[in-house]
Design a protein around this ligand. Sequence first.
Ligand SMILES: Nc1ncnc2c1ncn2[C@@H]1O[C@H](COP(=O)(O)OP(=O)(O)OP(=O)(O)O)[C@@H](O)[C@H]1O
Length: 252
Amino acid sequence: MIVDDLYVTYRVNLERKNSLKNALVRKARKEKVRYREVNALKGVSFEVPAGKCTGFIGANGAGKSTLMRAVAGILPPTKGQIEVRGKVSTLLALGVGFNSALTGRENVMIGGLAAGLSRAEVNEKFEEIADFADLGDFIDMPMRTYSSGMFSRLAFSVAVFMEPDILIIDEALSAGDAQFKQRAGKKMEELMNSAGTMLLVSHALSTIQELSDEVIWLHKGRLIKRGDPAEVCDAYLEFLKVGDEAIVMEDF
Ligand SMILES: Nc1ncnc2c1ncn2[C@@H]1O[C@H](COP(=O)(O)OP(=O)(O)OP(=O)(O)O)[C@@H](O)[C@H]1O
């Protein structure tokens, strides 16, 4: 997977009420809609070798989730390129893509079809997915009735059993109870051993160091450091102690 000079800019509408009536009034008065631009990623480049796990760290608002959404194809790049070979499966914090009005079973089917599997292939995997998520009868209830733990267990289960070529995991390990975390960790190890490529986002540096072959540190939309997990995590910890100025001086 290659990410080349990636920029993502969000446009945030600053109007308080974004109604049709307001839009017409503004048009009649020849007023412009006011936007504020947020440059969430500013020229990020890196490659992830197949079969390796890359961890992403950085302070709040660094652009980690934005990067994952872009790689998953949920968010179009404003500029730059993302080259992905194979099937990408995402496990974003909130189980993006699930429709909470539908049952767990229905969402598994939709998720599977979206990942490029046939209906028959999803049916074949269904039992395994449902068993691993351990939802009991809730699998046939609308997902809005799920606890957040149940929600993330199903999201995790769908993502890993789709046998993706690239698996994106964004803070997934913080969800669910201790027992599930253990099972999830085991399953991820299996996945990595079967040579899947992984992108992992977490604020838990111990998890990142344990699982990653390489770590990328993002700060305010830029790639600050990339390389050996222990080295990059140490540099980041040092930065957290020293504060913002040090890295601004050093890198820009
Ligand atoms: N939907 C959105 N609309 C506008 N701005 C956004 C949106 N999502 C994120 N941003 C902004 O983009 C920047 C990067 O956010 P992002 O969520 O990617 O960071 P992050 O590293 O994942 O942070 P955290 O560790 O807090 O999850 C932030 O300044 C954030 O305010």
